[in-house]
Design a protein. Structure first.
Ligand SMILES: Nc1ncnc2c1ncn2[C@@H]1O[C@H](COP(=O)(O)OP(=O)(O)O)[C@@H](O)[C@H]1O
Ligand SMILES: [Mg+2]
Lengths: 270, 339
């Protein structure tokens, strides 16, 4: 989509992530308890790209909010590098499924908001241009969010998180609202960013193809209570081919594990 | 209540679609363009009728109509010649014509047919005469009212936003603040006139305090509810971007609450008009409200209507100003872009 920019050269120090025996019980307004996460343990190396898949309600968003520090776990511990996570911080960026752009700010000001929040806008203003170019929205710098399409808004949300150079980037179905073409292009963009900047990424997706195409490992979760069922390593070299036989075979295996393969589905190993 | 859909401009497109700009104007477009001229001619004809009220002969009203006639003729000719002028003037023409016709009707039922009893219902000439004769006094009163109102409104609005943010943001302030607000807020500021006159050294200070109080309540209420109802996800996003409390309050919560704050400001402005007139009637020795009460005491209804005309323009001008400000601050809102 865009050529290499200064944004790519700004190497970000990545951090490892540790989730140990974490449980989270949500108490809803009517007093009922929901075990959103039960004894979840996961260790992510610095610079790794891990996908989180599973049916809705299995606690993927809950886990991301815990890592982001927006909620506290009911039990267990979370660490970034060697430090325990005690609250939200700019070193852990989070892109929500809904772009959640600030509607009162223009595209440019939205992307700047992380820098403004940390009082570094003056020194880092030129970064904003790079990221705006990166997500292909230079010509919309002065547009307001309500004038953007869903895909454009999500790209702004991504740029807004990236401009802070987080050590860990948490992505909660960030591409879910995009059409198939924009989606594949954005997958490549995110991959390119990840490779150039070395950020640790944790990506929630409901798209098996996306998970296989992008990640080093796929964490499969099951609901009620939310648990990690299995972790699959993807050892295929990058850049991956979406229609290679290895890709399709892996896809078939994962769908089988999820019992979605169907009656007469066969792994495409002909 | 919602103010979002209300346009700033009081001049809207006419109901007839006749105003569509075309190369050569059709008969309906010509009629629209000529409407003010025709209306003024009718009003002038009414003015030439013999008077049935025993008042002095009119001077200013016919003069005004004659000037209007000349201007509307020029406007008509310009419109026939130039399409851009037509496009610009056409939306305003029916309203202007209706206004002039209304003046003529007023002239007809008062001066010409003597249907309305004097001195309560003077004709347009007397009111215009009063406006012209007393302009210096009226200007002084308007200036005084403007001072009283703007000081009171500014103080009340600032305090309201301040208290509203505290109450909306902090659970502790909400606990202690809401009961006070619930008990003190609904008291009409005008009920506190005796108290204010006693408490404050000058009528000006008691007047501004009353206006400030009247503005403070709705602004506090609407600001507090706006802040308390800010979407949590905006705050969550800001936190993950590294925002501290100051940023969360001033750069997220307050901008997000702006639409609600403006509703409070509009309610406060309405309340301030009422309070201004009452305060000026009972305590203050100047201003439009005082002039109104004074003219009424002398049964000088020409002056009464003159000051009411001034008030209409004064208050609607201030409302328009606030609308413009809102449209500017809330450009980001869908559908409120025009101003
Ligand atoms: N704030 C909350 N209050 C109560 N229950 C919640 C809350 N957030 C999530 N839950 C519940 O926790 C479970 C996991 O939710 P979530 O993490 O959003 O799942 P996912 O993102 O995988 O779809 C669901 O059953 C959901 O209803
Ligand atoms: Mg979710």
């Amino acid at each position: 989509m865009v050529g290499a920019t200064a944004a790519d050269d700004l190497q970000t120090k990545a951090s490892s992530l540790l989730v140990r025996n974490v449980s989270k019980v949500h108490v809803s307004a009517d007093g009922t308890h929901v075990a959103a996460l039960s004894d979840v343990s996961l260790s992510i190396a610095a610079g790794e790209l891990v996908s989180l898949v599973g049916p809705s309600g299995c606690g993927k968003s809950t886990l991301l909010r815990l890592i982001a520090g927006l909620d506290a776990p009911s039990s267990g511990e979370l660490r970034i590098g060697a430090n325990p996570i005690s609250g939200p911080s700019a070193e852990r960026g989070l892109v929500f499924q809904d772009p959640n752009l600030f509607p009162w700010l223009t595209v440019r000001r939205n992307i700047e908001s992380g820098l403004a929040a940390r009082n570094v806008l003056r020194e880092k203003r030129h970064d904003v241009d790079d990221f705006m170019r990166l997500v292909g929205l230079e010509s919309f710098a002065n547009a307001f969010p309500h004038q953007l399409s869903g895909g454009m808004a999500q790209r702004v949300a991504l740029a807004r998180a990236l401009v802070n150079h987080p050590r860990v980037l948490l992505l909660d179905e960030p591409l879910g609202a995009l059409d198939a073409f924009t989606r594949m292009r954005m997958q490549d963009e995110v991959l390119r960013l990840w490779q150039n900047r070395g950020t640790t990424m944790l990506l929630v997706t409901h798209d098996i193809d996306e998970a296989i195409y992008m990640s080093d490992r796929i964490v499969m979760m099951t609901p009620r209570p939310g648990r990690i069922e299995r972790i699959i390593e993807i050892n295929q070299p990058r850049p991956r081919q979406r229609n290679s036989s290895e890709f399709l075979e892996l896809r078939g295996r994962i769908l089988e594990m999820l019992h979605f393969a169907g009656e007469n589905a066969q792994a495409p190993n002909r | 209540m919602s103010m979002e859909g209300i346009s700033t401009s009081f001049v809207m497109s006419p109901p007839a679609k006749a105003a569509a700009p075309r190369r050569s104007p059709g008969p309906r477009a010509i009629l629209t363009a000529a409407a003010p001229f025709i209306a003024t001619s009718v009003a002038l004809a009414v003015d030439r009728l013999p008077s049935h009220q025993t008042t002095l002969p009119s001077h200013l009203y016919p003069l005004l109509l004659e000037i209007t006639l000349g201007l509307s003729l020029i406007a008509l000719l310009l419109q026939l010649a130039l399409a851009p002028v037509r496009t610009w003037f056409a939306p305003k023409a029916p309203l202007l014509a209706a206004f002039v016709l209304l003046l003529g009707f007023w002239d007809l039922i008062t001066l010409k047919l003597a249907l309305m009893p004097l001195p309560y219902f003077p004709g347009p000439d007397l009111v215009i005469q009063n406006l012209v004769d007393n302009w210096r006094m009226l200007a002084t009163c308007t200036g005084y009212s403007l001072l009283l109102l703007s000081v009171g409104f500014m103080v009340g609005a600032s305090l309201g936003v301040f208290c509203g943010v505290l109450i909306g943001w902090s659970i502790r302030f909400r606990y202690w603040g809401m009961p006070v607000l619930k008990v003190l807020g609904p008291i009409p500021a005008t009920a506190l006139v005796p108290l204010a006159l006693m408490l404050f050294p000058t009528a000006f200070i008691s007047g501004t305090s009353l206006i400030a109080l009247a503005v403070w309540f709705p602004v506090t209420m609407l600001t507090a509810s706006g802040i308390a109802n800010v979407r949590v996800s905006y705050l969550d996003v800001a936190r993950t971007l590294g925002a501290g409390r100051v940023f969360l309050i001033f750069r997220v919560a307050i901008p997000a609450a702006m639409p609600s704050i403006f509703i409070g400001l509009f309610m406060g402005l309405g309340a301030s008009f009422l309070t201004l007139i009452v305060a000026e009637t009972v305590g203050v020795r100047s201003g439009l409200g005082w002039y109104l009460a004074w003219a009424q005491q002398w049964a000088d209804y020409g002056k009464v209507y003159a000051v009411i005309v001034i008030m209409a323009f004064f208050f609607s001008g201030l409302m328009t100003l606030l609308f413009k400000l809102r449209d500017r601050v809330l450009v980001w809102q869908k559908g409120v872009i025009k101003w």
